[in-house]
Write a protein that binds this ligand. Sequence first.
Ligand code: SF4
Ligand code: SF4
Length: 386
Amino acid sequence: MLNARSCDSGYISCMSLKERLREKALELGFVAAGFAGVEPMAIYIDEIASRPEMYSWVNTDYFSTLRGASPGAKHPWSRSLMVLARNYYRHRFPEELTGLYGRCYMVDERKVRGAEFARFKAFLDFTREQGVKAYFDAEVPARMAAASSGIADYGKNCFAFFGAAMEGSSWIEIMPLVLDVELDPDDSSLEVGCPPKCDDRCIKACPTGALYGPLKMNPLRCIAFHTYYGEEITPRELRVPMGTWIYGCDLCQEACPRNRPWMKKDLPADPDLDSRASDYGLMTLLHMDREHYEEKVWPRFFYMSRSRMDRWQMNAARALGNLGDSCFIPDLERSLTESPFPNVRGMSAWSLGRIGGKKARSLLEKRLGVEEDSVAEEIRSALEGE
Ligand code: SF4
Ligand code: SF4
């Protein structure tokens, strides 16, 4: 392997391919880059196999993290994994969106092809120039890949924490690339790096019990999952614990002392996100039309399909109910009486019941004579205070 320092014919060209790739990634602004092999990720596979009922939704014919956990078998041409990490917490997030959206989603530019997309594309262009085939595979379990490549360790909240980058925090998006060249793997860091004195604050902060032990998370109880997945109205027992989150949840990261130093930083504002923040407010979402949804919301937050504007409005109605302020009654009355979607009307009824008081009660009673089936059922339980 050539040593860059001992070479006098140009720094980049003298480095090993592996170091060239790493250096280019860092030069482009990724905060970490590491390398691993493509053998099966046994720890991940065993963990998923031990509780398949929690992961059947993410292991289908269409998409499968289990398939991705054996990159070498999935891509017979592959020889190595390269794992890139990007900081998604470069700027201050708008205060009015905090507690509603997971931070990573507010700056997800995959569909709009913004600066982060350009950074990623520039790196892929570089791999091509180097004669390397690099393929981004979303099925490869990203956190396990990051720990296998030594750029992160685990927190008990199941997130990957970056030792050297970003003051050891977990505010990082991980991108695993499958490569067709054999490169020496870096030393792995498949371990929990939590300080002994932290008394599992992440687990205590999880309001739904999704995080039920160190390194044990049930996605089917996770707020994030219930904000964007699921066909039906949100299960009743999760509505209060879900609070005001409408797309994702950051509570187990916010509670973590490993993330505090980064959160305390005085980061610059993000003028682009600030200028769009009012497009994503609760009231705007509750009353938005399809044009607003398709042009302003969906291209940035696309885990819910383009056709599921109703889910957004249902989430917004639930969040308003959990805020509990009677000033929201007229808006919830409007969504209860005007929304074409039963889940939005049903959740509006639930939220009116949660806010309570004479006015909310009389609206619910009046509407009971009009509604049928599931919405009438929601109104009845709202009136009964369930
Ligand atoms: S994201 Fe929220 S609901 Fe999910 S495990 Fe973390 S704290 Fe619990
Ligand atoms: S809150 Fe404590 S136990 Fe949980 S991930 Fe952070 S350091 Fe680890």
